[in-house]
Structures are given as C-alpha cells and as structure tokens.
Design a protein around this ligand. Structure first.
Ligand SMILES: [Zn+2]
Length: 554
C-alpha cells in the first residue's frame, strides 16, 4: 500500500474566538472547507469596522478548493461566504434546505451566484477523489442544522457543527443519536465538537420549555406584546406564533431580517399557523393593542433595529404605550450590555413593562449549544481516537478538552492556523502555527474594503491622541525653510497658542541640526519635523499626538 499523505485539519477561524468558524479539511488531493463564517467586531466597531472575516490566503496559496460544506445558516458559519466566493468563484456550496435558502438570499444581496447542492441527512456524497461526506441531523437554534461525517484517507472524521441535545425540539427533529452511535461503532479517527458552552455544567433547557413559558407569560396581558429575538431562530418564532394564537392575537413582523427569515420559513413550510394570522405593519394601527403580537429583532440593543425604533417612538404605524409588554427572548452577547440597558430605559420611559433574561425569573431564552452533560454524551457516543474541541475561546476549548480526557478520549487543543494531522491507525499529531492565518477587517457590508491591521492601529492612535499636520516649504537647492512650519491640529489636547509656537520653534531647531545635504533628503526632514513637534509635549506627562509632516520643495 503506498504511503498516503496525512489528512490535515486546519482551522482558519473559530478556534480561539467565538465567530468566523471556518475549517479546512485535506485528504489526498481533496480540499474542502467546513463553514465559512464571519464575526461582528466589538472594540473594532468604534474604529469603523463592520465585519471581520478569516483570511483566505492559505487557500489562495494552496490553489484549490473542491467544496464548502455548511453546517447551518448562522452568520458565524456562512457570513464570509460572499467574500470567499469572490476569490473562488466556482466552488460548489453544500448545505441543507434552510441553510441554502439563507445563503442564496445573502449572496443575491452581494450580487454573487454559486453552484448550490442541497444535502439531506443520511445521504452520502463525494467531493474530489479522497473525501466522502454524510450530513448528520443535530438540533440547534436554527432549522436544518447538521454535522458531518467525513470519510477520509485516515478514517472517519466527525464534525458536530453547532449542536445541543434537545429531547423535545419544537420542530421534532432530534439529534440522530442512532447514527452517531453507529459511527462510534465503526470507529472514528477524530471528533470535532462544539465548545461554546463547555464551561457550563448540566444540560441546556429544551426550546419547547421556552415556548411553553412564553405562552404562560402572554396570558392575561391587556396591551400589545412585543417579542424580540434572533430572526433566524425559527423554532422560537414558531413558539411566538403559538402564543399569539392562544391569545387570539394577530402577528406583525417588524425589521428586515425578521421579515426575511419568516418569509423563508413560510416558503419552506417550516412554520405552522392558522390562515390570516399575519397582518401588515401598515394595518397594525387599526387593531386594538389587545389584539396584537409584534415580532421583531433588536434584543441585543442594536441601534438600527425595529425594537430601537419602537423604543424611540419612531415607527410610522406602531406606537408603544403604557400597558404594553416587551419580552427580550434572548441572552445578551457580551459587549452589548450598555446598548441594551439604554434601549430598556427608552421602553420603560414609554410606560412598557420589559422582561429580559437578566431581570426575569421566567424562562425567556435557552441556548442553542450543548452544555457539559450533552458534550459528554456526544464524546461517549463517538468514542473517537482523537478529540479536537472547536467553536470557542481558548478557555472553552480547554474546558472541553478536560471533559474529553475524563471521558477517556485523547484531546488535542488546536487554535487557528494549527494543523491536526491524522494517519490511519496512528495517534494524531498537532503542528502549531502550521499555516499563517489572520483576520480581515471590512469597513462596510458588501464592499470588500480590508481596513488592515496597520490602518486600525493608526485609527486607534488617532482616537487616543488626535493628529497634527506639520506643513513646511523648503527651497529645493539650499534646503532653507521658505515657509512654515505651519501646524494644523485635530482632536489634540492642550493645543493653545503658546504650545503651537513652542512646537514650531522646536521643529525649526530640529531642522537646523541637519546639514544642507541632509536637508535635501525628504525622509530625514520629515523625521526632524516629527521629532521637533512631538517634543513640545512632555514625554512623561502627556500623550503625544500623531504628527504628519508634509514637506514641499520650491
Ligand atoms: Zn449556530
């Protein structure tokens, strides 16, 4: 038997952070990506970054990509696809019905086409010569989520995608326990499993319990009911519709992403409800408050969301008033607490009662991710030779690895850019920093405008210190100063006339130290001006501004 190259599993994103999940799997001559997600910025947002995607340079260098397999339609799993397909336009994209519906909508917004291939649990398919895959049904907070069993040169690799083990899912689609167990029986070389909730003991409550809780909360409310949630959680939307039907209320959807997701789910027949349940927002004003349930996004305090407009009284046809109940059916993503608190203030100011996961003892939300109890069960079902925790920040990966060790598996903790190498019937090995990885900071959705790390650092510096432009005109023969230096500051602290004249003086002195020959060298002149101006700010006490010298020769 010829010596086969090892199968390589290389995360480009999602291992060491929450978001931008993106995993390369290479077997023989076949190379695929599992998921291609983006990440929303936190601190970088203030610097004009709207979207962060993985850097695909490794794939560019490798020069070939046979397929992208998608596990589900969340942004952190599919959001970077438009950017990938611009670089690899012909790559076939595989996903389940709902996932592809979400992706087609997104790609159409970007004006990008792709070759789509619908997958169905249990149905195996081939990619390239050395890879076969089989989708595995898993419950998650979006319909049609799957994991994948990959048949590689080194044996079976199981990727769970995002999952929880919900024994009473709203759509009735259970984790395919039997198939996972069968794979375990066959022998799995490597299990890659979702670590998001690896720090949480116990199990994640069922989505159905949240639905029942929402129905109970809505009973007896006299005013309007507003439910804010992630638009892609169609299970939760279904529960909200049940609550509306139980109370004889009509449903209004507000916000583009909620309207889109409800439309997709309706088209695919993924929502059950009686006829005439939905009414247009324009018609909402004709119904008494007691007859309305409003479904919207904005539970994270997003400033441009439908809920934010309601809170500020800026919606043209729906005005909230005392007696209305607002339910935030979602957890708060770290970093959004302040924005959400401001939003709740506005709602309370309008006289609304607000229920949120942090303030209410009732079950308003449940995670879509497995806690330790379910993670342990997955490991016990699969009993892999090697275990690699995926999807999470480092401490979550480490916690999941500890859990696997207790279960008798051999864990390897990999981060973005590391390569897990597998050979048939051998222990896996880890090559750290095997490929160079990074992030792309994009400043507008749709446009591929990579801000770059250097530009981001400059923006950070500008925000902290402001900027001074130092303009100086020199004689091109003698190098003598003809005019200037003139200083123009923006956002600089302590910029009064005495400081400005001192900065001018010090920059002239720095220029005077240069010989006539040196003064014909632009680089040296700029450096002298920068040094001179900056020394007008004492080194120890104050932040020195960024100085941009502009030298003109006459
Ligand atoms: Zn997800």
């Amino acid at each position: 038997m010829p010596d086969l190259a090892p199968v390589r599993i290389i995360p480009l994103g999602g291992l060491g952070e929450i978001g931008m999940n993106c995993m390369v799997v290479e077997s023989g001559k076949s190379r695929i990506l599992v998921d291609c997600g983006l990440m929303f910025p936190n601190a970088e947002q203030a610097l004009g970054v709207e979207v962060i995607t993985p850097d695909f340079s490794y794939l560019q260098k490798a020069g070939r990509l046979d397929a992208v397999l998608l596990t589900h339609g969340h942004e952190d799993h599919v959001g970077a696809l438009p950017y990938l397909l611009r670089e690899f336009p012909q790559t076939p994209v595989y996903g389940t019905r709902f996932t592809l519906a979400v992706v087609k909508e997104k790609l159409a917004e970007h004006g990008i086409g792709a070759s789509f291939n619908e997958v169905v649990p249990h149905r195996r398919a081939e990619v390239g010569e050395h890879l076969e895959f089989e989708p595995l049904q898993v419950p998650h907070s979006i319909p049609d989520a799957v994991g994948y069993a990959l048949s590689t040169d080194a044996g079976l690799v199981v990727h769970t995608g995002d999952f929880k083990i919900d024994w009473s899912p709203v759509d009735g689609k259970l984790l395919d326990v039997r198939r996972f167990a069968e794979l375990g029986e066959q022998g799995v070389a490597c299990l890659l499993s979702d670590s998001t909730n690896a720090e949480r003991e116990g199990t994640t409550p069922s989505e159905r319990e949240v639905g029942e809780s929402l129905v109970r909360i809505c009973a007896g409310v006299r005013g309007r009911i507003v439910m804010a949630m992630f638009a892609s959680n169609v299970h939760r939307v279904q529960s909200a519709l049940r609550a509306a039907v139980a109370q004889n209320r009509k449903v209004v959807t507000l916000g583009r992403s909620m309207e889109t997701n409800v439309r997709l789910a309706l088209d695919l027949g993924y929502l059950q409800f009686p006829p005439d349940l939905f009414v247009d927002p324009e018609a909402a004003a004709h119904f008494p408050p007691r007859d309305l349930l409003i479904l919207c996004t904005g539970a994270q305090g997003e400033p441009r969301s439908a809920l934010a407009r309601l809170a500020l009284g800026e919606h043209p046809t729906v005005q909230l008033e005392p007696g209305d109940l607002v339910i935030l059916s979602s957890s708060v993503i770290p970093g959004n607490e302040r924005a959400l608190a401001n939003l709740i203030d506005h709602l309370v100011r309008r006289g609304c009662q607000v229920l949120s996961a942090t303030s209410s003892a009732q079950l308003l939300h449940t995670s879509g991710h497995a806690c330790q109890g379910e993670q342990r069960m997955m490991i016990d079902l699969i009993r892999p030779r090697t275990f690699v925790p995926i999807h999470g920040e480092y401490r979550m990966l480490a916690a999941h690895a500890r859990l696997a060790e207790q279960a008798g598996a051999r864990p390897l903790v990999a981060e973005d850019g590391d390569a897990v190498e597998l050979r048939a019937n051998e222990a896996a090995s880890l090559r750290t920093q095997a490929v160079s990885v990074g992030r792309r900071y994009l400043d507008a959705r749709g446009a591929l405008a990579d801000v770059g790390e250097v530009a981001l650092r400059d923006r950070q510096l500008l925000a902290e210190t402001g900027m001074l432009v130092c303009l100086c005109v020199l004689d091109h023969k003698s190098g003598e100063v003809v005019r200037g230096p003139e200083l123009l500051g923006k956002g600089v602290a302590g910029l009064d006339e005495s400081r400005l004249s001192r900065a001018r003086q010090l920059s002239l002195e720095a220029l005077a130290e240069l010989s006539p020959a040196q003064r014909t060298d632009h680089g040296l002149v700029e450096e002298a001006l920068r040094r001179g101006v900056r020394s007008a700010w004492s080194k120890s006490l104050e932040k020195r501004p960024m100085v941009m010298p502009v030298v003109i020769e006459m």
